[in-house]
Design a protein around this ligand. Structure first.
Ligand SMILES: [Zn+2]
Length: 241
């Protein structure tokens, strides 16, 4: 059973669905993996993450992603699209959809970010892959996954962890609203919780540790154990009813 994980940026796929990427015949495809021209001004994310130059930082991120993929044992492919903070021209959505269509037929499962958190690059990847999948695949092949760490900004809902719901924090409603915001009918999505085994948590920890340029700005610090544990313990996805 082969699978492809569409990662908007160089870290999203591994942070969100490492357990799937550790399966045999998995490919991690990063759409916005392009290195910007050297004269490109640093974007807000590069400033936040202390980058001295955006081309150098992107190469650093490519190396981090390679190391993370090696920890999981998955294949890696990076497309040369520029992410939002570097783009000066409109995205060629038609060309990108055609490119996505051209790779989909090689895979049994297609993993797509739900774009929880609403980052425009995540939403573009979600929309274009779903559009492409409609042309070449069946809905049964598509897995919509919760983006991490954005999906755990309030922690996981109780239906994920099995814990007692907090009477003053309705994470379930918030997460559902994020899906509705993305254009989904909640009644047509079937939720799945993957509780990572000890071994899966170990390799996810090793893989995520590679993204050292990104973890502080993502508020992911192994010493801040509750958020780090939430990242390592569960991965959530939806299939279409
Ligand atoms: Zn991202």
């Amino acid at each position: 059973m082969s699978l492809i994980v569409f990662s908007p940026h160089l870290d999203d796929g591994v942070l969100s669905v490492s357990a799937q990427l550790a399966r045999p015949d998995a490919l991690l495809l990063t759409v916005f993996g392009g290195v910007p021209p050297v004269e490109t001004a640093r974007g807000s994310w590069d400033h936040l993450t202390g980058a001295s130059g955006c081309d150098r930082r992107q190469r650093e991120r490519l190396a981090e992603n390679d190391a993370a993929a090696a920890a999981l044992g998955c294949g890696v492919e990076n497309w040369n699209e520029l992410e939002l903070q570097y783009r000066v021209e409109e995205l060629d959505r038609g060309g990108l959809t055609a490119r996505i269509v051209s790779v989909l037929t090689d895979f049994d499962e297609i993993w797509v970010p739900a774009a929880v958190g609403g980052h425009p690059d995540h939403a573009v990847v979600r929309d274009l892959v779903l559009d492409a999948a409609q042309k070449t695949a069946t809905r049964a092949q598509v897995r919509l996954h919760a983006d991490l760490p954005y999906s755990i900004q309030f922690g996981w809902p109780s239906w994920v962890t099995g814990s007692t719901p907090d009477p003053y924090l309705d994470v379930d409603h918030w997460l559902s609203a994020e899906l509705v915001e993305g254009g989904f009918d909640r009644d047509l999505l079937v939720p799945h919780v993957h509780a990572l085994t000890g071994h899966e948590q170990d390799i996810k920890r090793r893989a995520c540790d590679q993204y050292r340029s990104q973890l502080p700005a993502l508020l992911l610090d192994p010493r801040a154990t509750s958020r780090w544990d939430a990242l390592l313990r569960f991965e959530v996805f939806w299939t279409f009813a």
